[in-house]
Design a binder for this molecule. Structure first.
Ligand code: FE2
Ligand code: FE2
Length: 236
């Protein structure tokens, strides 16, 4: 069955909810908090998508192809995280319609396609790490949800790879800027989250060392083959 199949998604939600009731209270509390964070961040992809359609209307056709598939995946992640959260006793008081993003601190990355692709790839890499660390909790909701979350992790890894590939193939003349861009990402990491989808790293599951690691890996992948391409970005 396809991941987008509503029947499969319904099974994931129902079986996760059935497991939740038998878990110890501290595990239930932590899972609820993780699921709420997931459903909100994944929802915020639509706020980012809307913003990109305003600032990046002139960006490449290839970008918008990648963006459409990315946004559809994130919407699906949101739908299932929301369903699981509710089936685990969560209340529907998260007011999605009232969410407003503040992109002001991310303006340097929203001004052009290449800079955005670099930040988005960085963010997806960190997301892979966070969801992978979260499996220790997600697996408590049973094998069906565990399999679902492994599919989500595969989606996030594909997003990383697609943003990275387009940055390399679509903007070969910009790759010399990568070390500066990576340093700049380091300087904005740690800002409080403002419903921007990007850099939602407030949950305690995130480890500070992942941020440097993400910048190093991304720079290596972006600059492979360039003179000095393996240079390590400075930490901030
Ligand atoms: Fe996602
Ligand atoms: Fe993603």
């Amino acid at each position: 069955m396809e991941a987008s199949d509503p029947v499969r998604q319904g099974q994931v939600v129902a079986q996760a909810g059935a497991h939740f009731g038998s878990l110890p209270e501290p595990v239930r509390v932590r899972l609820s908090s993780l699921l709420l964070d997931d459903l909100l961040t994944e929802y915020d992809a639509r706020l980012l998508g809307s913003h990109l359609r305003e600032v990046g209307a002139h960006w490449s056709e290839a970008f918008w192809g990648v963006e459409a598939r990315w946004e559809a995946d994130e919407a699906q992640h949101h739908r299932v995280a929301r369903g699981v959260y509710l089936s685990c006793g969560g209340g529907e008081d998260f007011n999605l319609e009232g969410r407003q993003a503040d992109f002001s601190h991310l303006e340097p990355w929203l001004g052009d396609e290449f800079a955005f692709l670099c930040l988005a790839a960085y963010d997806e890499w960190v997301t892979v790490r966070a969801y992978t660390a979260g499996l220790a909790w997600y697996d408590a909701l049973g094998p069906t949800f565990g399999r679902w979350m492994r599919g989500v992790i595969a989606d996030e890894a594909r997003h990383y790879s697609q943003f990275l590939s387009l940055a390399r193939s679509g903007h070969p003349g910009r790759l010399q800027e990568v070390p500066d861009l990576m340093r700049a990402i380091g300087s904005v990491e740690g800002e409080p989250y403002r419903s921007t989808f990007l850099l939602d790293h407030d949950d305690p599951i995130f480890r500070v060392e992942w941020f440097d690691q993400a910048r190093r890996v991304l720079q290596r992948h972006l600059c492979a083959g360039l003179p000095g391409g393996a240079t390590q970005p400075h930490s901030n």
